[in-house]
Design a protein around this ligand. Sequence first.
Ligand SMILES: C[S@@+](CC[C@H](N)C(=O)[O-])C[C@H]1O[C@@H](n2cnc3c(N)ncnc32)[C@H](O)[C@@H]1O
Length: 215
Amino acid sequence: MVAPGYSHIWDCCCDHGFLGSNLLSQQAAKNIHFVDIVPELILKVEEKLQQFHSNSLSTWKTHCLDVAKIPFEQYEGKQLIIIAGVGGDLMSRMISDIHQRYPDINADFLLCPVHRQFGLRQKLIEYNFSLKDEILIEDKKRFYEMMLVSTSITSSEEPLINSVGDKIWRSNNAVQSGIVETYLNNTINYYRRIQQADNEINVDQIISAYEAVIL
Ligand SMILES: C[S@@+](CC[C@H](N)C(=O)[O-])C[C@H]1O[C@@H](n2cnc3c(N)ncnc32)[C@H](O)[C@@H]1O
């Protein structure tokens, strides 16, 4: 889902930096940035990059930083901000912080949250982000919704972001059909568990929205 043409790609919450290293090997953009808030992790990523990517044709840079504090204004050109592997609530907060600091930023976000996708999608809708693509994949019995969204609307043809997703529920083969069905059941059960465990959080509307999905 990473198309060519970005000047800067940000592997936010990079952890061991596997995703960014992969993008570096593919020369996916002129500049690849690795961002994590934990100093020890960023030190290790820096060491590995020195070891394996010192002659890379793309430029790379590590940043020990809170994603909310990335100084995007210092970098020119089209940016792709990738955030993967953190919870939907934390991801929503990161995007809110970025949106508040840079209300006019022209960037794409590639997002892969762990749980709580509904709240994240609502936040993206609130900020008028447009949807470029969304897919559902299964890897080692875990399911991942990946959303490529943009702060700018480039075409009136672009679909709107749906609170529960749209294209992710469509399948054109038996394998994907099974993935979609299992993921929908898992998601409804996840929110039902929250409903039973915590009376403070009202998830009735979320459950109804997922129950209304037609496969
Ligand atoms: C589970 S790892 C995700 C790794 C990788 N992105 C993936 O999808 O597999 C989560 C990482 O997010 C980092 N992290 C959490 N909050 C952060 C923040 N506010 N800013 C930067 N990094 C953060 C953690 O230090 C950790 O390395």
